[in-house]
Structures are given as C-alpha cells and as structure tokens.
Design a protein around this ligand. Structure first.
Ligand SMILES: [Zn+2]
Length: 332
C-alpha cells in the first residue's frame, strides 16, 4: 500500500474536520430517554382519570411541579376559573428567564367522559394515557435532558382544560386560550415558535402534517425527523386541521405547530386509552426530534436549523469528489 502524499493527507484532514464541525452543529446526540418518558406517562395515569377541577388532577399537578423542580426549573401556576371550575396551567422557565423564544406545550388534563365509547360507558372519565399523559410526559423528559446551556430558550407550558369540549356546555382548549390572553404584546413578539405535542405515544405512531400549523416551522421539524431517520413516523403528508392548543398562538400571529396523530387512534376518548396502547420507543422518537429542534435554534439570528444538512451533504459529496479528481489527475 502506498503511503499518503502530503496533499492527500491534508485533504483527508480537511474532510474529517469539516464533518466533525457539521456533526457538532446538526447532530447533537439526543439524550431523550423513552423509558424515562414512559415512566412519566404511567406516573400521571397512576392518579386515575384527571378531568379539570378534580382531586386527581390536583395531585397530578403537584407531581408534575415536583418533577420539574427536581430538575431545577422555576415553576409557576397560572390559575383561572372557567364555568365555576378552578383550573391551572403549569409554566416552567429556566431560572429567572423571561422571553424564551420557544414555547413547548401539552395538555395535562383528561376528558371527563368517554364520549366515543359504548353508550354504557359514556359518562365514565377516561384515563388519557395517550390523550393527555403522552405529550406531558415528553415535556417532562425534555425538562430532564435538555442541555442546561439551551434551557433558557425554552418555556414549558402544561395546559389545563383542553379536553372537555362539548360536555356540559364546555368549550375546548380553555387553558391555552387563557395563557395567550395573558401575554403582553411585547411578549408575543418574542415568541419565535410554539410547538405542541398531543397524542404522541401510540405504539403505531403516525404523525402527518397537521393542517393549520405554520408550514415553515413544520417543515423544519419534519426535516429534523427525517435527518434522524424518523420519516416513517413524521410522515411527509398533509392531514386535516385540528382545533388544539396551538390555535390561540396562531390567532395572535405566533408560528405554531401541532404534533399530533391524525386520524386519531381508535381508542380516542374511550376507556381504552390506557398505557398499554403507548410505547416508550415512540415517545423517544418525538422527544429526540424536539430536543434536536431546541438545541439547533440559532439564538443570534433567531432562525431554526436545518439549513445545515445541505452543508453536510455538500461536505459528503464535494470533498470526496475533490479527492477523486485529485487522484485521477495524479494518475495521468
Ligand atoms: Zn382529547
């Protein structure tokens, strides 16, 4: 075997360095652990059904707050009353940070009645393992694993009163409506992205592009998923529009994306929405994508990756081409 000539050696070193640099930027290795997230899902379900105003939800709220505080987040409770029911959003920020550019949201309440179940069951509250606990579990695990250097760019919001629509005169998404109504005009201008996770735990997870989400932001997130090898879960196909907690943000001009399984799983709003329908692996897929999204946010320019994969592909294609050209020229 011939020894490498100085020029080839230099080219190889340049190749190695450029790839390392790109790796450092794009391929932040996600730390999100699906098993840990799944334990946060069952941890919520252990309290039983968690409809707004219930004792179970109060206990679950304390569990979420305690967990977030154990990871050193600053947690505040945003109380509000809806139809004579005391409700509360949970807001977590990193130390005294204000104006985080990214809001991550999920609802932690569950539907008070199994309205899609057999008529005999329709007055019984659901456990909401997927519808409620899964999105909340993803946010709790992100609170654990997000690199501390990046935490101040994120505000975590757990919405109450999302899922009681069309029951006893209730409307949907009351927690997020209240949260957005409390934002100052100045704060609204500083939120660059709102990302909602809702029903992201199904064992056969399928996440097409929800119809009312902001296209540009949605494309960034789906590209990250594709780069991580998750394009069979984050499917590049359009889905219908869902009336969900991202809507109040869109209504005030904040770019927002709803990561949600559409069509909904067959056990949606039934007593069958239980932890055995969910998988740690799929929680991990969703969590990794959001983790890479948050870490990839460019705070200086207020932009989101990835444009960088093009640099990666460029490096992978252009540098070997240069090497090939060099060798061919040497041969002549
Ligand atoms: Zn629901």
């Amino acid at each position: 075997m011939r020894t490498l000539r100085p020029v080839s050696a230099i080219l190889l070193i340049v190749l190695a360095f450029s790839m390392m640099q790109v790796n450092g930027q794009v391929y932040h290795t996600p730390l999100f652990d699906g098993a840990s997230a799944y334990s946060f899902l069952t941890g919520q379900c252990d309290f039983g059904p968690r409809p707004p105003g219930s004792e179970n939800l109060t206990l679950c709220r304390a569990y979420i707050v305690e967990t977030l505080e154990s990871f050193n987040w600053t947690v505040s409770i945003q109380n509000f009353t809806y139809r004579e029911t005391e409700c509360a959003n949970i807001i977590a920020t990193w130390s005294e940070t204000v104006n985080s550019p990214i809001v991550l949201g999920a609802h932690y309440d569950t539907r008070p009645k199994a309205t899609s179940d057999h008529p005999d069951n329709q007055s019984i509250p659901i456990l909401g393992a997927n519808d409620g606990a899964s999105g909340t579990a993803v946010l709790m695990e992100l609170a654990r694993v997000l690199p501390t250097a990046n935490r101040s760019r994120v505000e975590l919001v757990f919405f109450d009163a999302e899922d009681s629509g069309q029951i006893d005169g209730w409307d949907w998404i009351r927690g997020s409506v209240h949260y957005v109504s409390e934002l100052t005009p100045q704060r609204i201008t500083t939120i660059e992205a709102m990302v909602l996770v809702d029903m992201v735990g199904d064992a056969d997870l399928y996440l097409p592009k929800e119809g009312s989400s902001t296209d540009s932001l949605q494309n960034v997130i789906w590209s990250i998923a594709a780069n991580l090898g998750y394009s069979s879960t984050f499917v590049d196909s359009p889905a219908s529009s869902i009336y969900d907690d991202h809507r109040p943000f869109l209504d005030v001009g904040i770019p927002a994306v709803d990561i949600i399984q559409v069509p909904f799983p067959s056990y949606w709003h039934t007593l069958e929405d239980t932890p055995d329908k969910c998988s740690a692996e799929n929680l991990e897929i969703v969590g990794e994508v959001i983790e890479v999204f948050v870490v990839g946010y460019d705070t200086e320019n207020g932009t989101f990756l990835p444009d960088t994969p093009y640099v990666l592909y460029g490096t992978l294609i252009v540098v070997p081409l240069l090497l090939l050209v060099y060798y061919l020229r040497k041969k002549r």
